[in-house]
Design a protein around this ligand. Structure first.
Ligand SMILES: [Zn+2]
Ligand SMILES: [Zn+2]
Length: 65
């Protein structure tokens, strides 16, 4: 059961992008979309990841890492 629903930059669980269970996921604080580090590093063009920020593909919100 999820205990805390506080908005956090990162979490653990299922990546919304690849569907895999991951110990560390980055989380969009606007819409709750999660993406794992594997997806971020593999799809740097898609996420425009520059190790500081990533673009949420769901709501186009820029999140900092
Ligand atoms: Zn993933
Ligand atoms: Zn989002």
């Amino acid at each position: 059961m999820p205990k805390s629903k506080r908005a956090q930059k990162y979490t653990s669980g299922r990546c919304d992008f690849c569907g895999e269970e991951r110990p560390l996921l980055w989380r969009c604080r606007r819409c709750g979309f999660t993406v794992c580090q594997v997806c971020l590093s593999q799809d740097q063009k898609y996420f425009s990841c520059n190790a500081i920020t990533w673009l949420c593909p769901n709501c186009l919100n820029w999140e900092t890492i």
